[in-house]
Design a protein around this ligand. Structure first.
Ligand SMILES: [Zn+2]
Length: 72
């Protein structure tokens, strides 16, 4: 395996999918390569708050479980 250059779907910049990351993906059993650069992934995650849990099946219910903290 070698480092791979991928074009980010969101911002259009090229980013490097490193050998180490590829290894990580294989170990996790992911079939898809990342389509976004780290920045865009972080931005997406920050936006949604529950990113990275695909496959858990209940992300849509999160708002009902949100604690009533009254912080806002
Ligand atoms: Zn990007």
């Amino acid at each position: 395996m070698a480092d791979k250059s991928i074009n980010c779907k969101d911002c259009g910049n090229d980013f490097v999918f490193t050998e180490g990351e590829q290894q990580f993906y294989v170990e996790k059993g992911f079939n898809n390569e990342p389509v976004r650069c780290g920045d865009c992934r972080a931005a997406k995650k920050a936006q949604r708050g529950n990113g990275g849990n695909r496959g858990q099946g209940r992300s849509g219910d999160n708002r009902f479980n949100a604690p009533r903290m009254g912080r806002f």
